[in-house]
Design a protein around this ligand. Structure first.
Ligand SMILES: Cc1ncc(COP(=O)(O)O)c(C=O)c1O
Ligand SMILES: NCC(=O)CCC(=O)O
Length: 428
């Protein structure tokens, strides 16, 4: 594959953009080599600036559950843009989207729209602190909740890929307020709450983790965490930025029967446009300004073009069979990838929930941060490049989730598995 135009653009980009990218995970630091620049994408396929084509298993890191340039979304946002790209004043679509969110996710009684997942999680933490009057928060080792200060402590995703577990620039006094516990370990939370429970405003968690690769919650783990939170007056915050509208229409909380106090959303809810949301219990959400004293704002919050894309996306996902189809596609890939790895004699652990999956290059189970770190990242890097060369775009890090979209059909599944056969054999 020729990547000369990508290489030339990357050289220029590095002069003027830190690391040549506008978000660290896009650089190929976790797999080596230079990132590919893209010029267009439709459905399941992306075309790079050199004309190479790839089946996309990144989906812009989660939003593109319907594939690229899904026509009803494109039409909705063109139509919205014609009526003005932003008003800085309320508009009907915001009410419609808020009502739809509350109707779809019953724990959400009131919701505020923002422009990214990071904004949603930062606001949810401020609100939890403002509501409880407590300063500490609990997060889980290797979980990622965006690039807000409170979360850059034992964070996953690009922070893990680059080996920057605790970012400079976050004052130590602030980082000290973020407590951590291993994912999938209730006893650790029990011990922590026994000691410090009364000072902890909230526990925030990725219900199914995507940001150290996919990790599946042990049976009863999330329910147990919810109970422990209730017992200690700690707000239970589900970060559904990746899982919302993806694992089920009502997100991971529907799948696992949870009732969080607050939830955060982004990615799918914006249909590929910059849109996030946080919401939950009415009494808690009523503390947000101007109804209450906890301040949070945004010039482009509830942007009419983003809202139109979000509404079109959520309406399309309401079609019968959506989540069964995503499960079927995920299962086909899981079975096929495992079979190809086994045939080539390459040990792997494949974690999957619905349309989120990660192939870990290790033969031991992966259920927390420590076990994820056992994966052979150098081997993943070689697999990644072999797949890229065969026209499959995977997330460029062992510690990220691959996302399956509804644009993937039987032909794309066959393409991915044929590429994997070659890629696994090249490792053996
Ligand atoms: C679980 C989770 N929470 C929050 C975020 C932050 O979202 P954004 O990148 O839109 O700020 C992300 C992804 O970045 C995420 O995966
Ligand atoms: N796991 C990474 C993401 O979900 C967000 C992508 C980004 O940080 O650019």
């Amino acid at each position: 594959m020729n990547h000369s135009h990508s290489k030339a653009l990357f050289a220029r980009a590095q002069e003027r953009i830190p690391g040549g990218v506008n978000s660290p995970v896009r650089a190929f630091r976790g797999v080596g080599g230079d990132p590919v620049f893209f010029r267009e994408a439709t459905g399941a396929w992306m075309t790079d600036v050199d004309g190479n084509r790839y089946v996309d298993l990144v989906g812009s890191w989660g939003p593109l559950i319907l594939g690229h340039a899904y026509p009803p979304i494109v039409e909705a946002l063109i139509e919205a843009a014609r009526r003005g790209t932003t008003y800085g004043a309320p508009a009907p679509g915001e009410v419609e989207l808020a009502e739809l969110l509350c109707a779809t996710v019953p724990s959400v009684e009131k919701v505020r729209l923002v422009s990214s997942g990071t904004e949603a999680t930062v606001a949810a933490i401020r609100l939890a602190r403002g509501f409880t009057g407590r300063d500490f928060i609990l997060k889980f080792e290797g979980c990622f909740h965006g690039a807000g200060d409170p979360f850059l402590v034992k964070a996953g995703s690009g922070v893990e890929t680059l080996g920057l577990p605790d970012s400079p620039g976050v004052p130590a006094a602030l980082a000290k307020l973020t407590l951590t516990a291993p994912y999938n370990d209730l006893e650790a939370v029990e011990r922590l709450f026994a000691e410090k429970g009364k000072e902890i405003a909230c526990a925030i968690i990725e219900p199914v983790v995507g940001n150290m690769g996919v990790l599946v919650p042990k049976p009863g783990y999330l329910q147990g965490l919810q109970e422990l939170c209730r017992k200690h007056g700690v707000l239970f915050v589900l970060d559904e930025v990746m899982t919302g509208f993806r694992l089920a229409r009502g997100g991971a909380q529907e799948l696992f029967g949870l009732k969080p106090d607050l939830s955060t959303f982004a990615k799918v809810v914006g249909g590929g446009m910059p849109l996030g949301a946080y919401g939950g219990r009415r009494d808690i959400m009523s503390k947000i300004a101007p109804e209450g004293p906890v301040y949070q704002s945004g010039t482009l919050s509830g942007n009419p073009v983003a809202v139109a894309a979000g509404l079109a996306c959520l309406k399309a996902l309401a079609a019968p069979g959506t989540y069964a189809r995503l499960e079927q596609l995920g299962a086909m890939l899981e079975q096929g990838l495992k079979a190809e790895a086994q045939a080539a004699g390459v040990p792997v652990t494949l974690n999957r929930v619905g349309s989120m999956l990660t192939l870990f290059f290790c033969d031991t189970p992966v259920y927390d941060y420590a076990s994820a770190k056992k994966a052979d990242t150098a081997r993943f890097g070689r697999f990644f490049h072999a797949m890229l060369n065969e026209g499959v775009y995977l997330p460029p890090s062992q510690f990220e989730a691959a996302f399956v979209s509804l644009a993937i059909g039987e032909a794309e599944v066959a393409h991915i598995l044929a590429a994997a056969r070659k890629a696994f054999r090249s490792l053996a």
